[in-house]
Ligand binder design. Structure first.
Ligand SMILES: [Zn+2]
Length: 391
């Protein structure tokens, strides 16, 4: 079969067609079917495979194997029978928009910077393109404007099969050394590239080219981009996010970032004030506790671990006791216990905490002068164990 004569090349807009089943054999999953002609694009050149139906069978994947195009069908089809077939057109057109958009972007980058497209990956929801050189964010924004201007120009997309002599004289982009019939796809004034994918007929059908992100990648850049319907879908989702953030912060469109910044600043100020109030509370609370002695045990309500640490540390540093243990209720998977912090003026805690954890069904550790963790035991039991260890 002349591979350049396939329906998806001759008539890239064919959605349904009739074909004779020329082969059908059981495969690893389902059946491998060949047809007398096909509009199913087999995965290749960075473009994803088509799916669809052949008669009663549904086709999930299409691949080229040798000279054949294999349709992976979910049921057997009678060899010799004529079947009505159809491809999943929305998916295919997504691919045509994305692939065509990629040509415009690669062509513009090649013309302006001389960089090559060194990797092209198409997934169901996005396209990434890798270039072997660096592009700044400003240049990327400019490229996006220019790429979309070429979309609005509604350029005709030309496909040609030049003779080897014509090809030798032609300047075109190519991903690899080519042999046999070479298919040249041209967006006039923008790009000329050897390509085996499917494309739109005019650049206007791409609709929209949107760069989503750019990252450094292997000495160059990886650009994530969306085209056409998928770009529109992404815009709709992001617009909804923006509206939701606007509702939460009572902010107008384009003012949400400022609203979030103000909120974060206010939250940081509140955090700082809470921390200062905690410090004052620790001072007052420390003054209430009995001074002196070897061990001071204090149970507090609703202290966060960081507060337990600060308070416990302050008690020992302030000379209230040689060793201080501060605890606050904790819960883990319905198990009730106590978060603890133990501080000591001298390095004694490492071994002690191991014994305590064993006795009080606890866990945690730390350094010789500060340990922290959780005991899953009752208050009286904890007090007894601490007294026995440190007194
Ligand atoms: Zn192409």
């Amino acid at each position: 079969m002349d591979e350049m004569n396939e329906l998806y090349y001759r008539l890239p807009y064919v959605k349904e067609f009739d074909a004779v089943v020329t082969g059908c054999v059981p495969g690893k999953s389902g059946f491998e079917v060949t047809l007398s002609q096909t509009a199913f694009y087999p995965e290749g050149g960075g473009q994803l495979a088509d799916s669809g139906f052949i008669g009663e069978a549904s086709v999930g994947d299409t691949r080229r194997r040798g000279g054949d195009i294999i349709h992976y069908a979910d049921r057997a089809l009678q060899v010799g029978s004529t079947q009505h077939c159809g491809i999943d057109w929305q998916k295919r057109f997504d691919h045509m928009q994305a692939h065509s958009g990629e040509h415009i972007v690669s062509g513009l980058i090649h013309r302006r910077f001389g960089y090559d497209n060194v990797g092209f990956h198409m997934a169901a929801d996005k396209v990434t393109v890798d270039f072997n050189g660096l592009i700044s964010e400003e240049q990327l924004a400019e490229l996006e404007r220019e790429a979309n201007a070429r979309v609005y120009d509604n350029l005709p997309v030309r496909v040609a099969f030049p003779s080897p002599e014509e090809l030798a004289a032609l300047d075109y982009r190519s991903k690899k050394e080519l042999s046999g019939a070479v298919r040249i796809v041209e967006f006039p004034g923008v790009d000329r590239c050897a390509c085996c994918g499917t494309h739109v007929e005019r650049s206007g059908e791409i609709g929209l080219i949107k760069f989503v992100s750019m990252a450094h990648y292997k000495g160059g850049v990886r650009i994530e981009m969306l085209c056409g319907r998928l770009a529109m879908q992404d815009y709709a989702r992001k617009n909804e996010q923006e509206r939701e953030i606007g509702r939460i912060f009572s902010a107008k469109p384009y003012e949400t970032v400022e609203a979030v910044r103000q909120y974060v600043a206010a939250a940081e100020a509140a955090e700082a004030r809470a921390s200062e109030l905690a410090r004052r509370y620790f001072e007052l609370r420390a003054a209430q506790l009995p001074a002196g002695g070897g061990l001071l045990i204090d149970f507090e309500e609703g202290f966060k671990p960081v507060e337990l640490r600060r308070f416990c540390d302050a008690l020992v540093a302030g000379g209230k006791a040689k060793t201080a243990a501060v605890l606050s209720p904790a819960e883990n998977n319905g198990k009730k216990g106590w978060n603890y912090v133990i501080c000591a003026g001298a390095p004694v805690l490492r071994e002690a905490v191991k014994t305590l954890n064993k006795e009080l069904n606890g866990r945690g550790g730390g350094d010789p002068t500060l340990v922290q963790g959780t005991f899953f035991a009752g208050r009286a039991e904890i007090e007894r164990a601490l007294e026995a260890t440190f007194r």
